[in-house]
Design a protein around this ligand. Structure first.
Ligand code: HEC
Length: 335
């Protein structure tokens, strides 16, 4: 408490006062530290907690009534917590929703990239099947370059679409073929039009759907291949179909994938499960376009950190060797 009694010069004003207050706090903290160490609080002896906690505890001075009250409150709070936990568990257990099984995707694994041939087929599935109802407004044709298509191929894909552009010199909007910088076209003018065409349900945008659903690409695969007859007791409204993987079971999207609904460019047999896998891979890429770069970065980081770990271990041994291997010897002065 040296500093407490020191005189604080008036000249510096507020800042000096603040600084002095800070020094006093540091000094007090140091004193507390000394007290604790002195009382053996920081020593890790066997009988540490019980003795020391009880000697610092104020509970001994409490009245019986106060102790009873606190015990009751504790028991009630614990009971309420346990009740909430079990209720939550039982609500989940009664869900009629099936969790998607996990599949061995090619891109699973620390160093595995997206399967680009599969993603390219997935794009075909999106374009020929899903694009009729689902938008993908965060993916542009230029994003496909080097991932699923070459630049020329991506240009051709873009040119197949018609984009509203303008206004021109006369102030009119006009249609032009798509360019690489254009985003995938939206099948509906707005959400209301989409709902009107789909029995009131809105087909969600698919750009980030893999990140947006529990189960990710496994969910997409299970959803697309999981349609079946509704079990007894489940009533579907008109325009609804039964899919056990969809929360609630009643989905407004009809089964979209059947064997041979399209023909792949590369000759892969277009079975329903093949298409579901390919669209799953493609949607994984659209949700995480940085996927491959991220894993490449991991390889680099692991390499660099390994080298640095070896160097720092060597340096540490090198720097500490004098301290670690020294011997202290008392050499009394000769009279
Ligand atoms: C005929 C129109 C139509 C087609 C074609 C279609 N969908 Fe859908 N999709 C819908 C509708 C409508 C919904 C909303 C369903 C609901 O909320 O009940 C939906 C919902 C979804 C969902 C979200 C389910 C959820 O958990 O909310 C996914 C994922 C999906 N579709 C994927 C696809 C894929 C992949 C394809 C192409 C293979 C596709 N859909 C083809 C109409 C369609």
């Amino acid at each position: 408490m040296l500093i407490k009694s020191a005189r604080i010069p008036k000249v510096g004003g507020y800042l000096v006062q603040q600084f002095a207050a800070y020094l006093i706090q540091v000094n007090m903290a140091a004193s507390v530290g000394r007290i604790c160490a002195g009382a053996g609080l920081l020593k890790t002896t066997g009988s540490f907690t019980v003795n020391q906690v009880s000697s610092y505890s104020t509970a001994r001075e409490w009245t019986k009534g106060r102790k009873a009250l606190l015990t009751t409150i504790g028991a009630l709070a614990g009971g309420a917590g346990a009740l909430a936990f079990t209720l939550d568990r039982s609500v989940r257990a009664s869900d009629l929703e099936l969790h998607p099984p996990k599949n061995p995707w090619n891109h699973h694994g620390w160093f595995s990239s997206i399967d680009h041939l599969s993603a390219r087929r997935g794009y075909e599935v999106y374009k020929q099947v899903c694009a009729a109802c689902h938008s993908m407004r965060f993916i542009a044709y230029r994003n496909l370059i080097g991932v699923t298509h070459t630049e020329e191929e991506a240009k051709l894909e873009a040119e197949e679409t018609q984009v509203t552009d303008g206004p021109d010199d006369a102030g009119n909007m006009f249609q032009r073929p798509g360019k690489l910088s254009d985003y995938f076209p939206n099948p509906y003018a707005n959400e209301e039009a989409a709902r009107a065409a789909n029995n009131g349900a809105f087909p969600p945008d698919l750009s980030y759907i893999v990140s947006a659903r529990h189960g990710g690409e496994d969910y997409i695969f299970a959803l697309l291949t999981g349609y079946c007859d509704a079990p007894a007791g489940i009533v579907l409204r008109e325009g609804q179909y039964y899919n056990p993987y969809f929360p609630g079971g009643a989905i407004s999207m009809a089964q979209a994938l059947y064997n041979e609904v399209l023909e792949y460019e590369d000759g892969t047999p277009a079975t329903a499960s093949q298409m579901a896998k390919d669209i799953g891979t493609f949607l994984k890429w659209t949700s995480e376009p940085e996927h491959d770069d991220r894993k490449k970065m991991l390889i680099k980081a692991l390499g660099m950190f390994t080298i640095m770990a070896v160097i720092s271990y060597y340096l540490k041994r090198h720097k500490w060797t004098n301290l670690k291997s020294r011997k202290i010897q008392l050499a009394p002065k000769k009279k």
